[in-house]
Design a protein around this ligand. Structure first.
Ligand SMILES: [Fe+2]
Length: 279
């Protein structure tokens, strides 16, 4: 799930509760749906072995997310709750921002249940269960990242009150969804939008086209992003502590400061950028 443009209309499924949660109904998946999961899982597993960060790969292993079938949320939750006190809740699709942030602030990750069709293997604009589970949940086993996600939810509720959602959504986009991390072995992926995409898993690290720029909170909050193509700029953290520490202060003065700063285009470089190559 991703916090999104609040102008977008959303409809509540009749079966959902006040907090938009539903039952996953694991028994209702058919063999073709499990087969699509298997295809997606196997190809990402092979691609990510030397491209995803160690924390993500450890999370996949620890949760027991595997190729054989779409995971049962209850089984993942048994591990996740013990590890970082997070849980996954099923939702029918995009939920209103306030509901999304409320879940994160309470260490609940809203995940869709449906899986894409076979003709959508390579690209799907809306999140499906492969993106949400394979992409997002492994990082929630990491204690620092798990705390960052909770803090993000709390910050989101505050940003709604301050009318600063667009700024904060950019932070989610360039970290949780499309973040890279510097490691001794070189740059590695932790962003869920990348790990769940075959093409972008390779492009983000190996293509000469995109910019790879050191993490800078205020710079990110000024930077527009693309939802219809691979990213033109990736932001790179030195470690998850850097992410958590930078986002610990109250953002209210930042939002005020940014009112006088023009937005940056997705591919724009500014003189203060720490520009990296693959490393
Ligand atoms: Fe997402």
């Amino acid at each position: 799930m991703t916090p999104t443009d609040s102008a977008e209309p959303r409809h509540r499924s009749p079966s959902s509760r006040a907090d938009f949660t539903i039952e996953q109904d694991w028994g209702a998946y058919d063999e073709e749906e499990h087969a699509i999961w298997r295809t997606l899982f196997r190809r990402q597993e092979a691609l990510l072995r030397d491209r995803a960060c160690a924390e993500f790969l450890a999370g996949v292993a620890e949760l027991g997310v595997a190729a054989d079938a779409i995971p049962d949320f209850r089984k993942l939750n048994a591990v996740l709750e013990r590890r970082t006190r997070w849980s996954i809740v099923a939702v029918p699709g995009l939920v209103p921002d306030a509901i999304f942030f409320e879940h994160l602030a309470n260490r609940r990750f809203p995940s869709t249940c449906f899986i894409r069709r076979r003709d959508q293997l390579d690209y799907l604009q809306e999140p499906d269960v492969f993106h949400d589970l394979f992409g997002h949940v492994p990082m929630l086993t990491n204690p620092v990242f798990a705390d960052y996600m909770q803090a993000y939810g709390e910050g989101g509720l505050k940003a709604l009150r301050l009318d600063a959602l667009e700024r904060l959504a950019r932070l989610y986009w360039y970290t949780v969804e499309f973040g890279l991390i510097e490691t001794e072995a070189g740059l590695r992926i932790y962003g869920s939008g990348i790990v769940s995409s075959k093409g972008e898993s390779v492009y983000c690290l190996e293509s000469p086209r995109p910019n790879r720029v050191g993490f800078d909170l205020l710079r990110i909050m000024r930077t527009r992003y693309r939802i219809d193509d691979f990213q033109e700029t990736y932001f790179v953290v030195r470690g998850f502590e850097e992410l958590f520490d930078a986002t610990r202060p109250d953002f209210t003065p930042y939002y005020r400061e940014l009112e006088s700063s023009p937005d940056l285009e997705p591919g724009q470089i500014v003189p203060t950028d720490r520009v990296l190559n693959r490393g």
